[in-house]
Design a protein around this ligand. Sequence first.
Ligand code: ADP
Length: 468
Amino acid sequence: MSAAAGDRPRSETAPAAPVVVPAATRLRLWRRELLRLALALLLGALVGGWLEHAAVGVAVVLLVLLLQQTRHVIRLRLWLQAPKRVELPEPGGLWGEVFDGLVDLQRKNRKKKKKLAAILAEFQASTAALPDGAVVLGERGEIAWFNGAAQRLLGLRSPQDIGIRVPNLIRHPDFARYFDGGDYAREVEVPSPINPAKTLSLRIVPYGNHQRLLIARDVSERLLLDAARRDFVANASHELRTPLTVLRGYLDLMEAEAKGDGTLAPWRSPIDEMRQQAVRMENLINDMLKLARLESARAQMRQDPLDAPALIQRAVEDARQLSRGQHRFELDIDPRLGLTGGETQLQSIFVNLIGNAVRYTPPGGAIRVRWHESAEGVRFSVADTGIGIPQKDIPRLTERFYRVDVGRSQASGGTGLGLSIVKHALEAFDARLEIESEVGVGSTFCCVFPPQRTLRLPAVAAAASNRD
Ligand code: ADP
């Protein structure tokens, strides 16, 4: 019988026969196997018949075939148990094709495993070389893996810390809030758990199925450089202020003198120009100092209860003086809404936004100031009917010294730092700025303060806050 022909051990390196049997050939296989069976049975019946026992001949053939099948099944069972030690035979026929397929599958799996192992080794080598710490977190925030930099920066130890939840190892309230908050679009800066003199920027990147990657970066050097730059600007501005005050004092005197018929009368125009430029420089220095202070005060932001409606009212009074009655003011202020934070910062926001509305709205225009509650928190908005801002300039408005129209900004006494100051002050309140504008129609600047900053003020006379 043909099945007996090949019981040679199969060579591992022999080229693999095609594994996938298409549906069309399935029928051919059936036909071939049935033919073989029929031929074997016929042979058995003939030999049995010749010995006058045809049924015995058929039975013997069936027994041989059954034994053969059992033998193959046993070999397969042993091979499955230890595929490296046991070799599959090459019996030909259907079993041969089954064994070929299995060996081929095994060979492919080995190749894939080797490839995956190489990729994994490469990945581990590259992450080990990363200067940033990388920690793979499981579903509950437990540590599953970390690289060498994470070990250095966060003081993680392997294998002791594997499986421990990361907030149990990085014990800082800011990180705990960030970790539980689930808003991973930003980073959080905390002192290093092993060296408080160093500051780490931590960022969580969610991926896959509830998994998270924690990236840790040492930002101590950047913070030192930032502090040095801030100190330099603050010191330089401070140093410039004293000589400028002296110059301004003399120019004020000279201007008064030049207004009369005295010797300085012919110098009236240049003196006036010098005085205006001195005032501009003074404003610029004051804004630079304000910005430097805002930046360095970010970490130690005050948490005072603030009567925001009263501060808005004060900023509107300043704006009215700037307007000299040329604009119409509409107020819609909820007198019960206060905030917690620093007064200077909040005052800067109100004064700059309302002041800008006056400076960029032609006489006769209207300025609407609103202070009210919304689903996202408390909103402060200033809408004007002024010159408006082209869409392309809106994203850059809060950059230092960015002006849409330099001439107009300078003519209106602007320093180009107003919206930068607003942006920094808003950051201290965890608030955001929304700007909508249309050229020739007007602009709306809206600050959204988060609900955790909101404060309920004792009821006061609403009329006082909404006085026009
Ligand atoms: P500046 O001192 O020049 O006003 P800001 O930082 O306050 O500087 O504003 C930046 C620029 O944004 C201004 O130069 C001006 O072009 C534009 N801008 C600000 N507020 C308004 C407004 N309400 N309407 C039109 N343009 C505005």
